[in-house]
Design a protein around this ligand. Structure first.
Ligand code: FAD
Length: 440
């Protein structure tokens, strides 16, 4: 008997799961699948938890869904309430495994997790699978990614680079090895779907009637089941056709696709989204709306590729720029987080974010710009607050967008400042949004 450990990270799904397929075809006879959820009560250097209650609740639901799917295939998933470097070597020793297979994530914290496992003597086989397009299919090496998004997109389109077809979910899994109960206990493990996160799931944020992503309600639950159902209903209602016209909306369930929380947790594969979108276009016709979904998914890929190129350099105070590091306006930052800056559109948005864990793309741009260019605060504090609050937090998209607005990424045109008064006139002329959040 030989066992391989499979460590789920930001890829909480069974469909289109190349890393899991690699584990299943590794030659091992047994598979030990786990997730690591270290306790979240330790604050970041900015003074708040890295994972706030909204994402805790959404991820807990995703784990319950994945747990149920795996149990149905005869190999239950366990959630270890410990860091991977603590839990995985103990489990590996207990079952005589030497190899861990997992998703490759090109961000510093996530790379340090893998390095710690290697330092503990485990072989870690990482598989890159979170982007729509494979980095190896690009017409340039990772180090030569175009510095600006538009030439990147044009080169991809000119070269007709398209995603590979999504893999089906496995019909069966390898058998689970026997793990003694005291070992499970030592790594703080419980079966996924038992009851972990139940308290967090009760968080009322998602059920606020103003929420534009009411997580915790059946249609917006975390996990692959709800994610695939959401994709199917979005296409069945032909919403791609109106996407470009509505995508700058501020309120409601349908102004944009709302794919991001499922994409960010990996419950939905971008290649599955693309494949189903192509079927939609074949059956119902393509237009600028359906094209624009591909366009936005390319932005998502662009920030992933930027991480492959620059890695940890994206996380320093200067970003990639030669600008002096921003001074931190701690009081301004505090008022910004609480929605008390005195700027009605910004305050409304920050209240929506803290109350519901979500925010439209338009308002993410407005509030990020306000923190950086009006309050002159450290952009990394804003990125950390988004990480803590957003249900759809994605390390690449968050860091990439903050760098872009701060003018500290690769774009030579400098930062982006959004005038909040003009933005309110353009996107909330009747004041409905600001009144909804009590700032007008
Ligand atoms: P749609 O408008 O329907 O777009 C479809 C998909 O395209 C999205 O689900 C997303 O995967 C991708 N996409 C769209 N816009 C962008 C973009 N600007 N950058 C990268 N991908 C994009 N997105 C996250 O998923 N996680 C984050 O942590 C995150 N942080 C952000 C921080 C800032 C400061 C800004 C300005 C944007 C951030 N975004 C982030 C990007 C974008 O705001 C969200 O992806 C989008 O609002 C999600 O809603 P949707 O799924 O309805 O998007």
């Amino acid at each position: 008997m030989s066992t391989v450990l499979f460590w789920f990270r930001s890829d909480l799904r069974l469909h289109d799961q190349p890393a899991l397929q690699a584990a299943l075809h590794s030659g091992a006879t047994h598979l030990l699948p786990v997730v690591c959820q270290p306790p979240v009560d330790e604050p970041t250097p900015w003074g708040f938890a890295r994972v706030g209650p909204h994402r805790q609740a959404f991820v807990a639901a995703a784990l319950r869904d994945l747990g149920a799917r795996m149990a149905a295939l005869g190999n239950p998933l366990h959630v270890c309430h410990a860091a991977p470097a603590t839990a995985l070597p103990v489990l590996a020793r207990a079952v005589g495994a030497t190899t861990v297979v997992c998703e490759d994530i090109a961000a510093p914290h996530e790379q340090a997790e893998v390095a710690a496992l290697r330092a503990a003597g485990l072989q870690v086989h990482t598989v890159w699978h979170s982007s729509l397009l494979q980095p190896a299919d690009m017409p340039w090496p990772a180090s030569d990614l175009p510095a600006v998004f538009t030439p990147f997109r044009q080169a991809v389109e000119r070269a007709h680079i398209t995603p590979s077809a999504p893999l089906p979910a496995p019909a069966s899994l390898l058998l689970p090895p026997r793990v003694p109960p005291d070992v499970w206990q030592a790594v703080g493990a419980e079966p996924a779907g038992a009851d972990q996160g139940a308290a967090a799931t009760d968080n009322p944020g998602g059920r606020d009637p103003r929420s534009s992503f009411p997580y915790g309600t059946p249609a917006f639950n975390g996990g692959e089941t709800a994610g695939l159902a959401h994709l199917a209903q979005y296409l069945a209602r032909k919403l791609p056709h109106s996407y470009k016209a509505t995508r700058n909306g501020l309120t409601g369930l349908d102004y944009s696709s709302k794919f991001s929380p499922w994409l960010a947790t990996g419950a939905l594969s971008p290649r599955q989204v693309y494949a189903d979108l192509k079927i939609f276009e074949r059956d119902h016709g393509a237009n600028d709306g359906s094209y624009w979904l591909w366009f936005e998914l390319l932005w998502r890929d662009y920030f992933r590729l930027l991480h492959l190129q620059y890695g940890a350099a994206l996380y320093g105070a200067r970003g990639l720029s030669a600008l002096p590091p921003a001074r931190h306006n701690a009081q301004g930052f505090e008022r910004w987080c609480q929605g008390r800056t005195g700027e009605p559109l910004v305050d409304a948005a920050m209240r929506e974010l803290a109350t519901t864990g979500t925010l439209s793309n338009r308002l993410r741009q407005v509030v990020a710009s306000y923190l950086i260019h009006d309050l002159h605060s450290d952009w990394r504090a804003g990125a950390a607050w988004f990480e803590s609050q957003l249900v759809d937090y994605d390390v690449y998209s968050n860091q990439g967008n903050w760098l872009y607005i701060a003018g500290r990424g690769t774009d030579p045109r400098g930062g982006r400042r959004f005038n909040p008064i003009k933005q309110a006139q353009d996107h909330d002329a009747d004041g409905i949004y600001r009144r909804m959040w009590g700032t007008l």
